[in-house]
Design a binder for this molecule. Structure first.
Ligand code: NDP
Length: 451
């Protein structure tokens, strides 16, 4: 049977574009459909604009620090308009790069929604159908809001990049990556920021000591973090939103943003009807090779809800191509993934938290928290954390947790050592880079806690 294409990719985000490009480079005839902008969540409404907003928001503190270092400078006002204009231009540039990657590698693109009609057929929004030997679903996810009265008044991370003006006050609901990152961004941009989190401490699942430090530093920098608090009702009052909290108290905000999780984009995609298994959260269930229950249909990235991170989607896309087009069955590796949370302060983490490791085996914890030189000189009280979790039995470093400026950059490098199976003694025999914050990772001599 002959098909229009060897591969039809649905979704032009990180995973889909990488898989389409690499398959085409290997000689496959590839098409890709994207209903929105090329680059997907990460480039258009996620990691990239978020990080640029983190950079923008961090300058507010830098002027004061510069004064402490002898600079005669004064902070002016932050112009959201000026920043947003540059941000849009940058996103246009990046989208152009993604389009060119596909074009230059001979991938045919369709700027419209595509759904799956049968095991080898894709239906485009204009009604045309295309056949393909393999279909790769890489349609990502979207932010969700809980079923709360008035929730429609609130924005999500999709809209935060498009505000006409910066609000004077904002409430951010949630305690995950997105909520905690945007609380720092808004606070740094001069917005009076409140964060509600329904449980005891934000960033559930990460190392407790690291979460506690991030939370206390966020509060120190001005975020009004209220834990064990949720919103039960939102109502419009004039230009503002009145929020009723779980204690029955009301608060007024200019904007409310929900960052309470994301859901896979599988609605009306057509795959469930074909026998592709859909999980409890709406995710496409795949095997270790990203293959669905329909052998010709594969899925990668957030739509599979495995580890929802761009570099992981890219790895899954590459492993798919290796498996299907290069005859070399390859499982994407989901173990020991280093990651950064761009809160202020930033957190970098790889491996097990102290709590997870202790459940598994006997451990030694090496942990130090101190005022770093640069901030201490500027008169700031802020602290950083360098922490290693070590297996008592085989001395391997099971986890590394860093809370510090630049923690994301540091954990990328520490991640290599941890992934290689480095022991505490391997860390110890590495000479310190002085004077740095991360030198503490190789100079901690006695365990803080054992057991
Ligand atoms: P998360 O799943 O990380 O966090 C959701 C948060 O919302 C949790 O704190 C959760 O509380 C809370 N929540 C869920 N339902 C409700 C509710 N009904 N009422 C109140 N609070 C609620 O989702 P995010 O949206 O923050 O991020 C989605 C994913 O995107 C992440 O898992 C991550 O993979 C990815 N991401 C990665 C980034 C990075 O690498 N730096 C940055 C941004 C996103 P509880 O803890 O109690 O469940």
């Amino acid at each position: 049977m002959s098909f229009d294409y060897d591969l039809f990719v649905i979704g032009g985000g990180s995973g889909g574009v990488r898989a389409g490009r690499v398959a085409a480079q290997g000689g496959a005839k590839v098409a890709l459909a994207e209903e929105d902008r090329y680059g997907g969540t990460c480039v258009i409404r996620g990691c990239v604009p978020k990080k640029l907003m983190v950079f923008a928001s961090e300058y507010s503190g830098m002027v004061e620090d510069a004064q402490s270092y002898g600079w005669d400078i004064k902070a002016g006002a932050f112009s959201w308009d000026a920043f947003r204009g540059k941000l849009y231009a940058e996103l246009d540039r990046l989208e152009g790069i993604y389009r060119n990657i596909l074009k230059n590698n001979g991938v045919e693109t369709f700027d419209q929604r595509a759904t799956v009609a049968d095991a080898h057929t894709v239906r485009l929004a204009d009604g045309t159908t295309k056949t393909a030997k393999h279909i790769l679903v890489a349609v990502g996810g979207r932010p969700t809001k809980p079923d709360v009265e008035g929730a429609e008044l609130a924005i999500t991370s999709n809209e935060i990049f498009h505000l006409d003006k910066l609000p004077e006050t904002i409430l951010i609901i949630g305690g995950g990556y997105i909520a905690s990152e945007f609380a720092g961004i808004m606070n740094g941009m001069g917005v009076k920021t409140t964060q509600f989190y329904r449980s005891e401490q934000i960033l559930r699942g990460f190392d407790n000591e690291a979460r506690d430090l991030v939370a206390s530093e966020m509060i120190e920098r001005g975020v009004d973090l209220r834990v064990n608090t949720n919103a039960v009702k939102l109502a419009k009052v004039g230009d503002q939103i009145e929020v009723t909290d779980t204690d029955g108290k009301t608060h007024l905000f200019d904007e409310v943003m929900y960052a309470t999780g994301r859901a896979p984009n599988t609605e009306s995609l057509g795959v469930a009807e074909l026998g592709v298994e859909i999980g409890r959260k709406g995710e496409i269930v795949v095997d270790d090779y990203s293959q669905t229950a329909v052998p010709s249909i594969y899925a990668v990235g957030d739509v599979t809800d495995r580890v929802n991170l761009t570099p992981v989607a890219i790895r899954e896309g590459m492993a798919f191509v290796e498996t299907v087009f290069n005859g070399n069955p390859t499982k994407p590796d989901h173990e020991l993934i280093p990651t950064a949370i761009f809160t202020q302060p930033e957190m970098g983490t790889v491996g097990l938290s102290e709590e997870e490791a202790r459940e598994q085996e006997e451990i030694e914890v090496y942990s130090t928290s101190f005022k770093p030189m640069q901030q201490s000189f500027a008169g700031r009280s802020e602290k950083v954390l360098m922490k290693l979790i070590v297996s008592k039995a085989n001395r391997k470093v099971l986890g590394c947790h860093i809370v510090a400026p630049g923690a994301g950059e540091m954990i990328q490098l520490a991640g290599i050592a941890v992934k290689m199976g480095a022991t505490k003694e391997d860390f110890d025999r590495t000479v310190a880079v002085h004077p740095t914050m991360s030198e503490e990772l190789v100079t901690m001599k006695t365990p803080t806690r054992t057991g």
